[in-house]
Write a protein that binds this ligand. Structure first.
Ligand SMILES: [Fe+2]
Length: 144
């Protein structure tokens, strides 16, 4: 169950990585430079998390999903269209995506605690702190 939820998390992270880089390429508007750079920072972090979660699945004797096909079959995060987009819409969309990742990490932590898998639980704390900070910042930039 924990491994299954970690694989769902891994699938979401992979699709989210592609989505963030898609937005990095398709951002338009007067704040192009800021948002273009911020998106690169965000997807670099997600890329590190992809590797960390896949390796954590191996550490707990699971098998990480390793194909795009597998990820697309189960992802809860919707891919972005390949079209130009303003930063406000990007941040509204990724705020929802981060909330999905928060739900994933919370569920994994709860199950891990119940099964006394404290390393998995502690790892999820780092993700919840990271996503909590990011969503706070994104919410601030959406205030008009
Ligand atoms: Fe780039």
């Amino acid at each position: 169950m924990i491994t299954e939820n970690l694989n769902l998390f891994l699938a979401n992270l992979n699709v989210f990585y592609r989505k963030l880089q898609n937005y990095h390429w398709n951002i338009k508007g007067e704040d192009f430079f800021n948002t273009h750079a911020k998106l690169e920072e965000l997807y670099d972090k997600i890329n590190k998390q992809i590797d960390e979660i896949a390796e954590h699945i191996l550490i707990i004797d699971g098998e990480p999903l390793g194909t795009i096909k597998d990820y697309l079959e189960i992802t809860q995060i919707k891919e972005a269209n390949n079209e130009k987009i303003f930063s406000r819409e990007i941040f509204e969309n990724i705020l929802k995506d981060y909330s999905i990742l928060i739900e994933n990490a919370t569920k994994i932590k709860e199950d891990a605690d119940n099964e006394k898998k404290y390393a998995t639980s502690a790892l999820m704390d780092e993700y919840l702190l990271d996503y909590g900070k990011k969503t706070w910042m994104i919410r601030q930039c959406l205030i008009k």
